[in-house]
Ligand binder design. Structure first.
Ligand code: PMP
Ligand code: GLN
Length: 386
C-alpha cells in the first residue's frame, strides 16, 4: 500500500459490519436501511434489465433519462436550473462523485478545508489527490444540543493554498443541518477568496422539524463555483445500487467527467433508468419516507437518553450522535469494540471521522434507518448497560 493510503487501513464501516455479523449483534453501525426502497422502483429496474436498457455500456455522462430527471428534481425542489447535457454527471454512488471531483480539481499540495468530523472517504480521496486536508471542527453546543460550525475558525482555516471547501449538509455523522446564516457565511468566504466548493448533499431529503435543506448552489455567487453531490442510495433506500450524481457548471462537470471516465468509465445501466423513475415519484413518497425516519429518530433518541447517553437529536440524516461520558466511558473506540459483547449492539466511534481524534473520542454514532422492532430491541439491550 502506498504512503498516501497507508494511514487509512480498512474503513470503519466494513470493520463494524463484520463485527456485527461475527457476534450476531444488531447493526446500528453502517448506515444502510434494513428495508428496501419502493416496489415500483425495483420493478423499474427489472423492466430495464428485461427490456435490454442499459445492459451494455451506457453513455459516459449517464443515460439521458436520468440526467433529465436529476435536472428536473433540482429545478422543481430548489429552483436550480441545470442543463442535463452539460451540467449533470451520473456517478457510481456519491462515493465516486467525491473521488472523481477531488481527483479532477486538486493539484498536489492544495489544501482542502473540510468540516470535521467528516465522512471517511473525504480524507482518503484528498490524500489520493496528493492534497492536504485542513479540518474545521464542528463543536458540540450543549445548549442547542447540536454540533455547530464556528465561522471564525472556518475563515482562519483558509490560506493562499486553499483550493476548495468541502461541505456536507445534512451532516454525517452529527446530524447537523447547516443554517442559512452558516451557508451564507460559507458562500461569502468562497466568493471573497475565490474558492471552489464541493457540497455533499446525499441526505437532502432527510431533514426534520423546522430544519430546511438549503442547497449551497442556491446562494448568491455559488452556482458557478459549486459541485453538488447527490445519491439515490439514501433517498430511495437502495444503497447497493450505487447510483449518484454531480450537478455543476459545464466546466466543472467536464472536469469531473474527465476523472470519472478513468475510474469506472460509466455507471451501471439498468439502475439508472430505475432511479430516473424514482426521482419522479410523487411528493407523498418523500414526505412519508421523511416521516418514517423522523419517528425512528425519535424512538432511538428517546431510548438512548433513557439508557443514559447524552443525545444530540439530529436535525437531518439517519444518524444520531451520542456522548458516552454520562455512562462513565470516555473512549468511543473501546466502547464500540466492546458493545457487541456487552449489549449485542454495534455502533460507530465518531473519532474515526476526526483528525483531532481527542475531539471525537467520547462520541458514538447510531443509525436509525432500521425497522421499528429492531430499534426497540436495540434500545432495551442498551438500557441494560446502565
Ligand atoms: N456522503 C455521505 C455523507 C455519506 O454518508 C455517504 C454514505 N452513505 C456517501 C457520501 C456515499 O454515498 P453512496 O453510497 O451513494 O456512494
Ligand atoms: N455512508 C454510510 C455511513 O456513514 C456507509 C457507507 C459505507 O459503508 N461506505 O454509515
Amino acid at each position: 500500500l502506498n504512503r498516501r493510503l497507508a494511514e487509512f487501513g480498512t474503513t470503519i464501516f466494513a470493520e463494524m459490519s463484520a463485527l456485527a455479523v461475527r457476534t450476531g449483534a444488531i447493526n446500528l453501525g453502517q448506515g444502510f436501511p434494513d428495508t428496501d426502497g419502493p416496489e415500483e422502483v425495483r420493478e423499474a429496474a427489472v423492466r430495464a434489465l428485461r427490456d435490454g436498457r442499459g445492459n451494455q455500456y451506457p453513455p459516459g455522462p449517464g443515460v439521458p433519462e436520468l440526467r433529465r430527471a436529476v435536472a428536473a428534481h433540482q429545478s422543481a425542489r430548489y429552483g436550480l436550473s441545470f442543463d442535463p447535457d452539460t451540467e449533470v454527471l451520473v456517478t457510481a454512488g456519491a462515493t465516486e462523485a467525491i473521488a472523481a471531483t477531488l481527483l479532477a480539481l486538486l493539484e498536489p499540495g492544495d489544501e482542502v478545508v473540510a468540516l470535521e468530523p467528516y465522512y471517511d472517504s473525504y480524507a482518503a480521496c484528498i490524500a489520493m489527490a496528493g492534497a492536504r486536508r485542513v479540518p474545521v471542527t464542528l463543536r458540540p453546543d450543549p445548549e442547542a444540543a447540536r454540533f455547530r460550525l464556528d465561522l471564525d475558525e472556518l475563515r482562519d482555516a483558509v490560506t493562499d493554498s486553499t483550493r476548495l471547501l468541502l461541505i456536507n449538509t445534512p451532516h454525517n455523522p452529527t446530524g447537523t443541518v447547516l443554517t442559512r446564516a452558516e451557508l451564507t457565511a460559507i458562500a461569502e468566504l468562497a466568493v471573497e477568496r475565490d474558492l471552489l466548493v464541493v457540497t455533499d448533499e446525499v441526505y437532502e431529503h432527510l431533514v426534520y422539524d423546522d430544519a430546511e435543506h438549503i442547497p449551497l448552489a442556491t446562494l448568491p455567487g455559488m452556482r458557478e463555483r459549486t459541485v453538488t453531490i447527490g445519491s439515490a442510495g439514501k433517498t430511495f433506500s437502495f444503497t447497493g445500487w450505487k447510483v449518484g450524481w454531480v450537478t455543476a457548471s459545464p466546466a466543472l462537470t467536464t472536469a469531473v467527467r474527465s476523472a470519472k471516465q478513468f475510474l469506472t468509465y460509466v455507471s451501471s445501466g439498468p439502475f439508472q433508468y430505475a432511479v430516473a423513475e424514482a426521482l419522479a415519484l410523487p411528493e407523498a413518497y418523500f414526505a412519508s419516507f421523511r416521516a418514517d425516519m423522523r419517528a425512528k429518530r425519535d424512538l432511538l433518541s428517546a431510548g438512548l437518553k433513557e439508557a443514559g447517553f447524552d443525545v444530540f437529536t439530529p436535525a437531518g440524516t439517519y444518524f444520531v450522535t451520542t456522548d458516552i461520558r454520562p455512562l462513565g466511558e470516555s473512549d468511543g473506540f473501546a466502547f464500540c469494540r466492546s458493545l457487541p459483547e456487552r449489549a449485542g449492539v454495534v455502533a460507530i466511534p465518531n473519532a474515526v471521522f476526526y483528525d483531532h481524534r481527542d475531539q471525537g473520542a467520547p462520541f458514538v454514532r447510531f443509525a436509525f434507518c432500521k425497522q421499528t422492532g429492531v430499534l426497540q430491541e436495540a434500545v432495551s439491550r442498551l438500557k441494560a448497560l446502565a
